[in-house]
Write a new protein. Sequence first.
Length: 429
Amino acid sequence: MSTDVFAEMFDNQEMNNQLYDLVVGSWPTKYNEVILLVDEYNELSDFTLYALGLKDSKELKEMYQNIVNGIPFEVEHTSYDINDLVGMKFKFLLNSDYYVKENGIWVDKRNNEEYMLELLNNAEQLTITGIIKPNEEAIMASTTGGILYLKDLKEYVINKINESNIAKEQVSNPNINIFTGKEFSNEEFNMSSLSKEQLAYLQSLSPEEMASVIESYKNLYGATYDDVLNQIGIIDLEKPTAINIYPKDFDSKEEIINIINNYNEKQKENNLDENVINYSDLVGVMMSGITTIIDVISYVLMAFVSISLVVSSIMIGIITYISVLERTKEIGILRAIGASKKDISRVFNAETFIEGLTAGVMGILITLLLTIPINIIIKKLANISNIAVLPVKGAIILVIISVVLTIVAGLIPARMASKKDPVEALRVD
């Protein structure tokens, strides 16, 4: 279970329009605009409501304690007017905002109520511009809702943190932990490790504040350089740790995997193992079993279709041969008036060409007509639209196959017709 209700939107509005339906309002266009995602029943998870401040977080703590203590409780369902949610504003703080340098020491001020109130009063706001829900026909995982933001907000937050004084000081001193003033080590915290300035600062605090600061010291004394960067929120946009790729179809997915595998092989050949890309094919893992079943079914259907093509080709050859026998006298007349063997052969080849073209076009028209009731039935049963589709490219290829098969099947009868002796052909009644 995930309690993170914030998620980045796809940086492709066309894809967003395919995945989601806009219920009310508009899509965000600025870094300080977000959109609310509800599920198919227009519901939100309680975590989203707590994150938005629509519910008191104390209730969440009480529910957690009840679960730990085995005390039964009821969950209250609350309704909200969508017009009250659209236009709603809430503030956001940066990780670096919590730290203030006092007496040469960076201090976490999260437990200082006065400081936090002032910080919130001057904080930037996010505005909910609209509400969306998953498209009924979109192939995507079920969701309990959340808050979606633009890539611009992520980059804005990262850049603002990187420009802060605490971030600049830590980056410029990679060997020194700015929270302790000492070099990074595995040293465990004890009071004797504190400097005179740190001890003087602790003495100026109340017992509650002192306990909080000491606890933060304990967590930060054994921290590594990367731990401190994460604590402050420092991220280098030029060095991503992962990249998400969303292929438009399965063929594109396989092509991307082939490109990555070829790249990895070249890196290994050049002994550059550090450049090898590690990737996870999530869809491939989920679809591996289904793909195998589909492939087996496809091979069986292809076998049946191949048998049908062979039988139909033989029948076309027989029909053409019967046509040659019935028109022997016509062949003799054509030869008598000067037609060559090639001309006779072309007559029958032209007929088989017309037969193949006509059969192919009729097959395409019948298929297009059948897709209409098939799509209607599947829409009612599975709520999926347009699952049966005949691409234009596929239709053209099928017509060409039909023409080629009929011509090939008629080649032998056509050659037999061209070799008939004109004198004997004229004698046939």
